[in-house]
Design a protein around this ligand. Structure first.
Ligand code: HEC
Length: 158
């Protein structure tokens, strides 16, 4: 008698299990459920990424001198040979932190005379001053030393 009940339950359970499996794997309801679960997981994950951004944007405005420097930077296409924040050409060195590392006299010497590889742009003292302000602004807004960067598991660079 007990044995019979046991068999009965087992058979019933199997049936229920199969039915549930069928429901979950193939019904439209199950598909909708899977879709909604994935959508929710995606939304939660994306939201978490956005609220835990590692780099907080510094929105420091350029002063007018630095802005003029930026325009000179673009007009002379310094970026073709130099990088700022690690982006740009690779003939010359990254200039993101050149201002604090090398100082104004050193930079002025390069800008006044050029070198065997870097052209002399025949810049006026005012233009050199503006470029120095721009480099100072860049220096204050971030660091770029690719040798010491670490990449986290979602691709952001610190
Ligand atoms: C044709 C490529 C080229 C262009 C364009 C160029 N540079 Fe250079 N620059 C170099 C190279 C190469 C060096 C490294 C010095 C050398 O090897 O002669 C250098 C060095 C420098 C340095 C010294 C960096 C250090 O850490 O020693 C500064 C500052 C600089 N450039 C600023 C500028 C600015 C500002 C501009 C735009 C007005 C500019 N450069 C445009 C190629 C260029």
């Amino acid at each position: 008698m007990y044995y019979k009940i046991l068999v009965n339950i087992q058979i019933k359970d199997k049936f229920v299990l199969k039915y549930l499996l069928y429901l979950f794997m193939f019904s439209d309801k199950a598909k909708l459920l899977v879709f909604l679960t994935l959508l929710t997981a995606f939304s939660v994950y994306s939201t978490l990424l956005y609220i835990n951004l590692p780099a907080t944007a510094t929105s420091k405005q350029c002063n007018t001198d630095a802005l003029r420097g930026k325009q000179l930077w673009q007009a002379h296409n310094c970026n073709a040979c130099h990088q700022v924040y690690g982006l740009g050409g690779y003939l010359g060195p990254d200039l993101t932190n050149v201002y604090s590392k090398k100082g104004t006299a050193y930079i002025t010497a390069f800008l006044k005379n050029g070198t065997a590889i870097m052209p002399n742009f025949h810049l006026s003292p005012e233009e050199i001053k503006s470029l120095l302000s721009y480099l100072q602004h860049i220096d204050a807004s971030g660091t770029a030393d690719p040798k010491h960067f670490t990449t986290n598991n979602y691709g952001a660079i610190h």
